[in-house]
Structures are given as C-alpha cells and as structure tokens.
Design a protein around this ligand. Sequence first.
Ligand SMILES: [Zn+2]
Length: 489
Amino acid sequence: MRIAVGGFQHETNTFAPQQATLADFEAPDAWPGLVRGAAMLDAVRGINLPAAGFIAEALSAGHAVLPLTWCSATPSAHVTRDAFEHISALLLDDLRSNHAIDAVYLDLHGAMVAEHIDDADGELLRRVRDAVGPQTPIVASLDFHANVSPLMVQSASALVAFRTYPHLDMAETGARALRCLHDMAGRTLAASLESLPFLIPLTSQCTLMEPLSSVMQEIEALSPAVGALNFTPGFPAADVAKCGPAIFGYGLDRSIAASVAQVAQRIARHEHRFALDILEVDAAMHALQMQPARRGSPVILADTQDNPGGGGTADTTTLIKALITRRTPRTLAGLLCDPQAAARAHAAGVGQMVDLSLGAHSGGTSDTPIHARFTVMALGDGCFTASGPFYRGSRMELGRMALLRIDDVYIAVSSRKQQAADREMFRHLGVEPADFAVLALKSSVHFRADFGAIASRVLVIDAPGANIADPARLLFRKLRPGMRVAGRR
Ligand SMILES: [Zn+2]
C-alpha cells in the first residue's frame, strides 16, 4: 500500500492561560518541531511516539510511506486559528498533491480545541475525509486523554487509542493502527460510540492502579480480531461538548456495539472509585514530618496542578516555597521553567551565588516568585535523550538548564516547559533522583513510569496551577447536559 502519514497533536486545556501558536508547534521540545516531508522519518524514528511505531511497522511490512506533516505542541489553552488553519492546510495540500494513495494514517491526540473550532480533531478528520473520498481508509491513533466525538468516529475508518497511562504504549499504538489497517483489507467497518456522563480526574486515570488496570485487561480480551475496541477516560479540563470518557470501537459487524455497551456498563459501575485523592500542601508537609522521608527511597510529591503536560505553566512556586520554608532535607524539585533564571545562572557560573526572583512569571495563579540567594550547582544546555519508558528515545531540547540550591533544597530549572517524567532530566544536571529523600515533580501520572520504582510513597498535592485536578472547580459552560464529576451526584 501507499500510505500517507501525518500527525497533528495537541491536548487543549481551555482553562489554561497560554494559547498554542504556530511557533509552539514549530519548536522542538521533548518531541520534534514541525516536520514536513521526508524529514519526518528521521525526526520521529526510535521515539515512543505513535507515528514512529506506525512507520516502523509499515516499512517492515513493505508498504510505501508518504510523509505529510507531523507536529505537536505542549498542552496549553486553545490552538490559535492561524496555527490550526496553517497546519491543516499543510496536511491537506500534501495529501492532495500525492496521487494514488491507498490509505491515510494520522497521529492525533484527540483533545484538540482551536480558537474557532471546539472539535478540532473531528474537523480535521472531516477535511481529510473530504479530500480522499469515502473509499480510502483513514486510520488514526489517539491519546488516552482524547475527548472523542461522533464526528471523529464517523470520519475515520478506524480509531485506535492508547491503553496505558502513563503512556508506555504510544509507539505500540501506532503499530496497532497499521495492523488494524491491514486486517480491514479495504472493508468498511461498523462503528459504535458510547459516552459516559461523568468526568474522571486525571490522577484517577492511572492504569497501573485499579479499577483501570482490570478494565484495560478486559478491553484487550474483548477486542475484535478485525477493528479496535477503545476506552478513553478523556481530558477533563476542556470546556467543550465532546469532553468526557468514551468507549468506542470498530468491527466487521454490529456485535462491536454489544462489546462497547458491555465495557461502558462495567466502567459506569466503577464511578465512585474514580473520586479525587489529593492533599493540601500543609497536610503533605505534616505527612512528611510524621513519617520522615529517607534518602534512597524518596517520597514523591506530585505537583499535579502545575503539570505542563496538562496545561500548567511549570513555574508555580507554592510547593517549592513550602519545602524551602520547612527546610526539608535532601529535596529535589523540578522542572521549574524560568528562562531568565537559567540565563542568570549561566552568566554567573557553577559554584557562584545568584540573587533571583525565581518562578511565577506566567501569572494566572496567586503564586509569587521566590526571592532568594541560590548557589548554582550545575548547568546544562537542555539537550539530552530520555531513557525512561514514557519519553523513551525523545531527544529533549529544553533550552538552558540550571540546578540551583538553597539549604538542602535543589531546584532544576529549564528554559522550556516539560513534564518531569524522566530521570534523565535531573541526571543532565549531575544528580540522581534516587539519592534524594523528597522529590517534588511537576507531573500528574506520567512520572510513575520512570520514578515509581524508586518511590517509597506518592502524595498528590493540591498546590496552585492551571491543570486543575478537581473538575468540580472548573466553570464549564459547554458540557453535555447532565455531566457530573465522577462520584458526585
Ligand atoms: Zn495523554
């Protein structure tokens, strides 16, 4: 087959302060900046990304891959109209100029909202369907946090979603999408979609824990031989009608609808188990005092609400200030995004003291900068390769980085925001996370992939940030009628 391959990924937190511009898609971060044409093959190769998995599987099966455009931007508020229309046009122009395409594969997130289009993934799939006509198969992979709409399900020939959070199976999902395309063998599949009437907090969506550990095994067991069966718990911080958990599938006959209904009923019975479990900062500090952490088996404080992987600015300071004030021993925090502080540290040099106004420059919360004198412990250029199971193979470009120290609290600073989900982010600055007693990580769940094995405990912290953990605190206007937060009737 001649398969056109493209990607356009964004997870949109409509409540976050910063929009995603074209420049955000063009810049590399953990993942490549916007690539068009043949450069895509090298740019994604070896990374735990759906497009990488799809392309590797397609090439090994002897198909011709026709690269269109691939891009992603770190989660934030709406994709600007300009960025959405520009990138959509790149994809569609290349699609129309490639003749004799047998199939299309798209690497999408599924929770993209543009300034002018609430269901941006649905609109993109609709335009691609218009361009290639009703007969050409269109298969797309989706993130576990996709907010899936009827338009998305109808416009694609099949949608295949991740089954893990932390997302260990991103590349594997791309490979599954290729196998799905193979097995379809040109046939049109029956589709089914059911949405659930409650929002699931991000920190309750982890598939390493129950109930989702068992639910995902059941979905695997029920999956049809041809097609796909998916559950996406959704990305709750999105004020759009498609926001929420969805069960959807594709199969050779209508029996897929029975499987979708069975999974939907099973998950609905677990609703109360998805309730939020989060600690106020003072309560967390008290817990640390009552049961002191030990070097070598750190307690992890998940600063979930400032997780840049969910739209946080990665520069809030409340949790770090609490750790400094209470002089917690052997503590490592990060990644705090502050390009000015990183530049100041680089200008001063390793071993020097710098007076900084650190963090809280993005605004949007009650946080204020940390005005203090820090020792510059290490410097880095922000270029390194991730080795943990989530960011595996990512060639990070986080700009100038610095490790700052005040008392026994070490703070890893970067110039571009990125979720603290890989131990290499700290090793790049010469420290080993396992050697600390307390780790304060700006991440919700993905950190568990690489840090879970070294942690003695995990406390999810309720500190300020744009990635609001409790959907009940968000002022929704556009949700479907009757939507509630899981466990709160
Ligand atoms: Zn996700």
